[in-house]
Design a protein around this ligand. Structure first.
Ligand code: PLP
Length: 392
């Protein structure tokens, strides 16, 4: 067996749409495929407006510009996240304030946010870990009470909902990723979802190097010019064409991932109940997108041993974030609120299992290897048999 942690899904139509773009002779940004992707995202998520970007990192940077983050402004976020969540705000002189995550979802713990707010706080950035929604009702209520903005880092969240609302469509702004490690991909790519109409016009300008080119392309002005700060955040039509082929399959991809996720969950339920590992516990308010199937081992040593044992059996499994508050640059630029004990604990114990469309034929082997790797030598066969029994 040789099972990689991830394998990129391709629908097969990417190449046709790329050929369409090449034949059109126009490969720059904001052509017909970009327009199609933007409107698909708006309809899919029910956001106010969607703009494709080079990456989720780029969308987060646009958010920091739109919120006019000034040096010293504080931005509340989890430490258990990817560097871009913080970097986008640090680029503007912002100070990440790291708050602990909930022990059940590893999402920003909404109960700890209010105590971390100071007169300098400008925004809250919840990260929907594993495509499971944060407790957005509570977070939006806190933001309202204190006059703060909410930027959802929904990099992992396309095709997932919180109380029926798409992740990324709830905060003032939302940021998606189509990086090759996500469920729906363009190699590198992302989108900014704009839910507060006050940001719509300026977002277009910031994305187009500070010019009103978007208005010019729509025929609203007769020439375009420099009107604001900005940068280059719009991807080429080649990216949009590739992505369009993926969007066409978004439902099917999500369905297949969900079925792989559910299969892990039922096959590992016994070892979960036995206390040998902790399995994911997405709350019933969230329809997740099966971005990650993870296990929590008992400690760092147990996790390292587990990853080694799976590797010996030909299965690649990987841990996740080094918490930002413990990274060299996070220490220099951010501050922590509270002990971050859940974050520290989870970072040592979490391991992710392979999960990709096409894994179906290999998944029982991965499950067996997982159960083997979890077992103290001796009573292997019995646990295996119970763990593999399908319900019904
Ligand atoms: C992947 C990811 C990002 C970065 O996305 P890019 O598109 O690679 O810039 C940011 N935040 C989180 C939580 C992510 O998982």
């Amino acid at each position: 067996m040789n099972v990689p942690f991830n394998r990129t899904f391709v629908s097969g139509r990417e190449i046709d749409y790329l050929a369409d773009v090449l034949r059109s002779g126009k490969i720059g940004g904001d052509g017909p495929f970009t327009a199609r992707c933007n409107s698909w995202l708006r309809e899919q998520t029910n956001c106010g407006k969607a703009l494709l970007t080079h990456s989720c990192t780029a969308a987060l940077e646009m958010a920091a510009l739109l919120l006019e983050i000034q040096p010293g402004d504080e931005v509340i976020m989890p430490s258990f996240t990817f560097v871009s969540t913080a970097n986008a705000f640090v680029l503007r002189g912002g100070v990440p304030v790291f708050v602990d995550v909930r022990p059940d979802t590893f999402n920003l713990d909404e109960a700890l946010i209010e105590a971390a707010i100071t007169p300098r706080t400008k925004a809250i950035v919840p990260v929907h870990y594993a495509g499971v929604g944060c407790e957005m009702d509570a977070i939006m209520a806190i933001a309202d009470r204190h006059g703060l903005f909410v930027v959802e880092d929904a990099a992992q969240g396309l095709m997932a909902t919180y109380k029926g609302r798409a992740l990324g469509s709830i905060g003032h702004l939302g940021c998606l990723s189509f990086h090759e490690t996500k469920n729906i991909v363009a190699g590198e790519g992302g989108a900014l979802l704009i839910n507060d109409p006050r940001f719509e016009k300026r977002a277009e300008i910031i994305r187009e190097k500070g010019t009103n080119r978007s208005q010019f392309l729509r025929g609203e002005v007769d020439k375009y010019t420099w009107t604001d700060v900005g940068s280059s955040y719009l991807p080429s039509e080649l990216i949009a064409a590739f992505l369009w082929a993926q969007f066409e399959e978004a439902e099917a991809i999500t369905r297949q991932r969900r079925s792989l996720w559910d299969r892990y969950h039922s096959a590992l339920a016994r070892v979960g109940e036995s206390g040998a590992v902790v399995l994911p516990r997405p709350p019933p308010t969230c329809a997740h997108n099966a971005h990650i199937y993870y296990l929590l081992l008992s400690n760092l040593d147990a996790r390292s041993a587990f990853i080694d044992r799976l590797r010996e059996r030909g299965v690649q499994s990987v841990f996740h974030y080094v918490p930002l508050h413990s990274s060299p640059f996070g220490k220099r630029t951010g501050r922590t609120h509270g002990t971050l004990s859940v974050t520290n604990d989870v970072a040592d114990r979490l391991v992710r299992l392979p999960l990709w469309v096409g894994l179906e034929a290999l998944q029982d082997g991965v499950i067996q290897a997982t159960l083997d790797a979890l077992r103290p030598a001796g009573s292997q066969a019995k646990v295996l048999e119970r763990g593999l029994a399908r319900p019904g």
